[in-house]
Design a protein around this ligand. Sequence first.
Ligand SMILES: Cc1ncc(COP(=O)(O)O)c(C=O)c1O
Length: 488
Amino acid sequence: MTVQDPTLTAVETPEADAYRAALEVIAAAEPTVADHIRGELDNQRSQLKLIASENYASPAVLLAMGNWFSDKYAEGTPGHRFYAGCEFVDKVETLAADHAKALFGADYAYVQPHSGIDANLVAFWSVLAQRVEAPFLTGHDAKHVNDLTEAEWEELRQSFGNQRMIGMSLDAGGHLTHGFRPNISGKLFDQRSYGVDRDTEMVDYDAVAALAREFKPLILVAGYSAHPRKINFATMREIADEVGATLMVDMAHFAGLVAGKVFTGDFDPLPNAHIVTSTTHKSLRGPRGGIVLSNQPELTEFIDKGCPMVLGGPLSHVMAAKAVAFAEARQPSFADYAQRVVDNAAALAEGIAKRGGRIVTGGTDNHLVLVDVRSFGLTGRQAETALESSGVIVNRNSIPFDPNGAWYTSGIRLGTPALTTIGMDTADMDDVAEILCSVLQNATPTTTGAGAPSLAKFDLSDEVCNTARTRSAALLAANPLYPQIGAL
Ligand SMILES: Cc1ncc(COP(=O)(O)O)c(C=O)c1O
């Protein structure tokens, strides 16, 4: 376990008082958990966090989760619960939804999903309910699925399984929940995927349109986990409309850039998509959770039935924290943050490129940078481990047309939301690029017993690791994580 930085001092702030008291109470019940909570903070404070899907939520967001809202069952929606005693859950859920609507310019917000995968499941089943179940019920003169005969129900069940979806391929940066076989979405839908152009590594909208015309999906998904460019959602909507598909945008990664008005017009999911899903914990800087938004009245009654369709009782404590996070994101300072995230990603990409790294697509429009680490003679697996041993936390990632497959990969994915939250700027990003490249340039693959280059093992001197750690520590000392909490 990392030990607390001895130079860190205790501070007298409401946040520090709150966490000192909380840890004392937890330690009285199970001291090891209190130790691990401290250990996690020490770890996060000592590492350069470049995981594109992570961030640092404010103490207000974190504290909103640690209370008795967690004790309350509240299946249903505000005012229509299956449990009594939901007065304050109703209020907090309504507040979170109102903030989300104002933040994203949405007519409707559903804030119950526990995570991104849940939000996507709610979205898929809402579309299935609207476009498959509802017409079937009307056609059989039934109001409810329980009114169907066994034979009719079986017919409806079969038709759920016969629906089609198109999403971005995994190696191009798509997400498992967009119809890939290991995930339930791939077991449910017949799926085809679009990739990127081999030369530009950008989305080829003509190819997406051609695939959509041929495959005629019920749902066209736009959104990604590892594509460093913005997507033109207006063009995606034209394609969806032409083939009668519902356009779903999964903005899990870049929701903060939408909230902060970096992505506007054709690049803003809300005015263009039928249904929009997101996580709340990545660039949006909220608690771990999901949301579903829509401006289509014909869909919202189905989204509202996320429970019992896909979900059980909502996490009321997390909905409280979502309300806090959305309120924070509505402040002008969040727009400034979102712009700095993007500026920092551009500076990081430039800093790596000038030190010999190949940047997938040649740059970035968003919060993430995808580096083809073959330019350093490494696999993604080697780069990830070498950087971790030097205190730089990234994740390995496939790049388009990756010859090394999804396990070893040829890339690393970097993101700037977390380092931007702690105050780093574009000059700091050049230092980060220098630290990162010094490790990658000095890591050399070893050979396997058969004499072939290893895809996993490498040599890296302690001196290089230690120098990287010292430089990272200096950057982190100038941009401390949770300074208002101080030493605990
Ligand atoms: C695009 C996208 N959708 C959905 C998810 C799933 O989110 P969660 O991990 O909260 O279930 C992720 C998470 O990585 C994601 O990147």
